[in-house]
Design a protein around this ligand. Structure first.
Ligand code: KDG
Ligand code: MG
Length: 403
């Protein structure tokens, strides 16, 4: 039995902040887990260091399910992003260890490959429609089969998803939260034109996606979904905040545009009604924020009963360790839909050397034993943590709104 002998948290900032858990065993094998919660990183680091790690020492590293239940039920305080991110980090690291000891990539332990690779979508964003389409064309040239389109909206100083960066969007910046502004009317008028021009320029062989980022009411979302129906979106994401799962009934009554939700979910309970009532088509919960591979498999199994497919969150604030875990998971489940892939910076990739790769629009986790990701701790130590917040958002009259 491989015993856990030590565990520690590594906080580093190769381009952006990441929190990584490293668990060591008496068999000389170690595992890595991503524990990054954007804008609240140190809360998870402390949860792990001060409360979780002391309970891990001496345990059987193979007992993944038992350790998961121990941390979930044993805390008494269930769920929540900090708790579930910490549990996810332990879970990922233990799957990594099990794979290394078995001499197999994690997807083999999960049942083997159920497909050639995981279809991914990239982020095309521009200050206007022409620039957004130009970026999308670059993705097509690179072999992508799916692209998310976000464009600056005329009359709005800032828009969610739009940045100066070419292949990704990095919203966590200020040492205090930046303030952005929102106008639902301007946005709603503009988005159908973006997709109409995108279809004219890009054709119909590419999947197009769009993220509303929790900004509409259910009835507004229903109308936008209906206005976008002619352009056959792959999905409309986070159309309305989803604390009230029943709200999606209203959207569903008005549109056949497929709906995706759940990047901020941390447990199966956040999605239960959405899945059981078939109010969504894609569930976006991912490994790091939703309790690890162990818990996400439960979410996917429930979703499969209702023909809901996965579409895991994969922005740059999810480290390469999470990306690898998501690919092992996605490759092995029956109801994989798509995986978000916002490329990491060169600094991030250098700190986290990894086996996963991209080819013809699909990603594969690689065949190295475990998750196939390492951390260069010497390099990581050169990048000091710096506080960075996600922005906040206000309506034009100053009312605090959803970001
Ligand atoms: O940390 C928050 C980001 O990951 C999120 O805003 C990105 O909405 C997002 C997406 O779909 O990637
Ligand atoms: Mg999103």
């Amino acid at each position: 039995m491989p015993r856990i002998t030590a565990a520690r948290v590594i906080v580093t900032r190769p381009g952006r902040n990441f929190v990584t858990l490293k668990i060591e065993t008496d068999e000389g094998v170690y595992g890595l887990g991503d524990a990054t919660l954007n804008g609240r990183e140190l809360a998870v680091a402390s949860y792990l260091t001060d409360h979780v790690i002391p309970c891990l020492i001496g345990r059987d590293a193979h007992s993944i399910e038992d350790i998961w239940q121990y941390l979930y039920k044993g805390a008494y305080w269930r769920r929540g992003p900090v708790t579930m991110t910490a549990i996810a980090a332990v879970d990922m690291a233990l799957w990594d260890i099990k794979g290394k000891l078995a001499g197999m990539p994690v997807y083999q332990l999960l049942g083997g490959a159920a497909r050639e690779g995981c279809m991914v979508y990239g982020h095309a964003n521009g200050s206007d429609i022409a620039e957004t389409i130009e970026r999308a064309q670059e993705y097509l040239e690179q072999g992508y089969r799916a692209v998310r389109l976000q464009s600056g909206v005329p009359g709005m100083a800032t828009t969610y998803g739009v940045s100066g960066e070419r292949f990704y969007y990095e919203p966590a910046k200020g040492s205090l939260p930046e303030e952005s502004q929102w106008s639902t009317a301007k946005y709603m008028r503009f988005v159908p034109e973006l997709f109409q021009k995108a279809r004219d320029a890009l054709g119909w062989d590419i999947h197009l996606l769009h993220d509303v980022h929790h900004r509409l009411t259910p009835i507004e979302a229903g109308r936008l979904g209906r206005d976008l129906e002619p352009y056959r979106l792959f999905w409309l994401e986070d159309a309305t905040p989803a604390e009230n799962q029943a709200a999606f009934r209203l959207i569903r009554q008005h549109t056949t545009t497929p709906l995706a939700v759940g990047e901020i979910f941390n447990s199966i309970w956040d999605a239960k009604q959405l899945i059981e009532e078939q109010l969504i088509d894609y569930i976006r919960a991912t490994v790091v924020h939703a309790g690890g591979i162990t818990h996400l498999r439960r979410v996917a199994a429930l979703a499969d009963l209702y023909q809901v497919r996965t579409g895991c969150h994969g922005a740059t604030d999810l480290s390469p360790v999470c990306m690898a875990a998501a690919l092992h998971f996605g490759l092995s489940i029956p109801n994989f839909g798509i995986q978000e892939y916002m490329r990491h910076s060169e600094e991030t990739d250098a700190v986290f050397p990894h086996a996963y790769s991209f080819e013809r629009g699909l990603m594969h986790p690689g065949d190295k034993p475990g998750l196939g990701v390492d951390i260069d701790e010497v390099l990581a130590a050169k990048y000091e943590y710096k506080r960075a917040y996600l922005p906040v958002n206000r309506l034009e009259d100053g009312t605090m709104f959803n970001w």
